[in-house]
Design a protein around this ligand. Structure first.
Ligand code: PLP
Length: 285
């Protein structure tokens, strides 16, 4: 595939950065993953807004305006279309840049390193909901840092949680804080359904403000399906009728088992199906 590195398009296998890049040494950077279907980008302005917020939080200058980012994305989509097909995610990464002394403190005049590439994502579930397999997830104490609302490239906490779930044969891990309240999963946000009402934890520093989460909430409101942002305890999650995970590459994925406990009747639920259709109608709007 063709990638983008510091204003240049080049084969992904030839992209190289300095080992003194602060992204490499410290995970000092921000990233985004933006989905597209048939060349149409989902949630572009919301993804840009989140990236701008993250860059501001890290005091990294945004190297491009929104039009600049859009042209990079479109070029990657067009030039990789043959190879990647119609369901494609674009990864954008901005690190603070290269600094020739290793110090936690950063110089304020570094040139950010910009890297982007496109990759295949699964086709949208909405075309064939009956073929969707429910996910099995584990439940674990959230051991990450207290700025999970920043989409930072420092992902070690998420990586360790995810690998532990994988080792246990699970697809994902849903995390709870020291009050036993659900925060999110390692690569996705969490929703539950109780007696037809959809609920998801409110945004704060403990979770990423997922763009899929945002679009799902808006699409449910559009279809008059009741949705609430409320604290959800782990116990409540274990008794929910349905559990879903949302992310740019998963869209809305039904969970059928949490920590070995069956969710509902052990199959993707009816509200999930409705939500999937509502989201599909809404996602390009
Ligand atoms: N939470 C975490 C920790 C994530 O890494 C992600 C995305 O990968 C999400 C939530 C979902 O965010 P989005 O819907 O913007 O992909």
């Amino acid at each position: 595939t063709l990638a983008f590195l510091n204003n240049q398009y080049l084969p992904l296998s030839e992209a190289k950065i300095s080992p003194m890049d602060r992204g490499f040494l410290f995970g000092d950077g921000i990233y985004e993953v933006i989905p597209s279907f048939d060349g149409r980008i989902v949630g572009f302005s919301a993804h840009m807004q989140r990236m701008e917020n993250g860059l501001r939080a890290l005091e990294i200058d945004n190297p491009y305006d929104r039009d600049g980012w859009k042209s990079i994305m479109q070029a990657l989509l067009e030039r990789n279309n043959q190879e990647l097909g119609d369901s494609v995610g674009v990864y954008l990464h901005i690190s603070r840049g290269m600094q020739l002394t290793r110090s936690h403190g950063y110089s304020e005049d570094l040139t950010p390193t910009v890297f982007a590439f496109a990759f295949k994502i699964p086709p949208s579930h909405s075309s064939q909901p009956e073929k969707v397999q429910g996910l099995s997830v584990s439940l674990a104490k959230d051991l990450r840092w207290q700025r999970c609302h920043i989409k930072s490239t420092s992902l070690l906490g998420n990586v360790l949680h995810f690998q532990e779930a994988k080792r246990g044969g699970k697809h994902e891990s849903i995390l709870f804080n020291s009050q036993k309240e659900i925060t999110e999963a390692t690569t996705s946000n969490v929703f539950i359904v109780e007696q037809g009402i959809v609920r998801t934890p409110p945004l704060d520093n403990q979770l990423l403000p997922g763009i899929t989460r945002k679009l799902v909430i808006e699409s449910l409101i559009n279809e008059n399906i009741q949705v609430e942002e409320v604290v959800i305890t782990a116990e409540r999650l274990l008794n929910a009728d349905e559990v879903w995970l949302t992310s740019s590459s998963k869209e809305i994925a039904p969970v059928i088992s949490v920590d070995g406990n069956q969710v509902g009747n052990g199959e993707p639920g009816p509200v999930w199906r409705k939500a999937l259709l509502a989201y599909d109608l809404y996602k390009f709007s």
